[in-house]
Design a binder for this molecule. Sequence first.
Ligand SMILES: *[C@@H]1O[C@H](CO)[C@@H](O)[C@H](O)[C@H]1NC(C)=O
Length: 274
Amino acid sequence: MDQLMQKLSFEMRPNSSLQLFAIFAFATCGGYSGQLRVSVDCMEKASSNLSIGIDFAYPFRLYQVSFEAPMCEGMIRERVFLIGDYSSSAEFFVTIAVFAFLYSLMATIVYIFFKNKYHENNQAPLIDFVVTVVFSFMWLVSSSAWAKALSDVKLATDPDEVQLLIPACKDQTNRCGSVHGSHWSGLNTSVAFGFLNFVLWAGNIWFVFKETGWHKGSSRLAGGGSEKQAGTFNQQPYNQGSFDQTGSHNIQGDLSQPSEYSQVGGPTSYSNQM
Ligand SMILES: *[C@@H]1O[C@H](CO)[C@@H](O)[C@H](O)[C@H]1NC(C)=O
């Protein structure tokens, strides 16, 4: 059992915690509900309402959010609607987070339990690589869009702004005020998790890239130009070496290396003497 766990954790992709952070991202955004509260203090005290609560929630179609405000004329009340629709950015963000969660869950399962199949041909790692790149980009785009939408939502639900929508408040003789605004920590967290996910997925690109074998494959196919390109990506010298040894001319290269190193070693020993 212990051995199995060791094997699993060894074979798991470095960022199998991706699922957890994706969950945080869509749960903090999709599960949000907030409330602000304003007061309308009419000249005619009887018709005042000093505590009007306004509830709103994901997906922030604020134009559908309404509340009853006193008209300050007798006991008549009227329905007032908030302004704005931020559902597209919010839903885009949550959708990306949900699909990223599902994909990384699936990828981890495939990677752990079907590791041999995964490496059987190059197709699975290739698809994995492309999808990971796309998701990284989508995390960046959706997090940025959601961050912008959130700042607009904050403005549109600011009690000081909402007061301006109440007709009775335009009359100077009535006094309107804000009781409290909504709490934003949950939504601020969701934006932070969005960008954190972008960083994690972008970092994961490297690990998935290693599985594609592109950096090995292109040097094996050995077009002169593509070899140079592959070299810029390749940060695993021992892999390159294992292929280079198959070419006879490269053996010379291998032999020349130790002498280079000994030359490099020379000056150090001189400096040690000084
Ligand atoms: C004030 O408005 C709230 C809705 O936010 C309502 O439930 C309450 O009955 C109102 N109070 C008065 C005195 O009209």
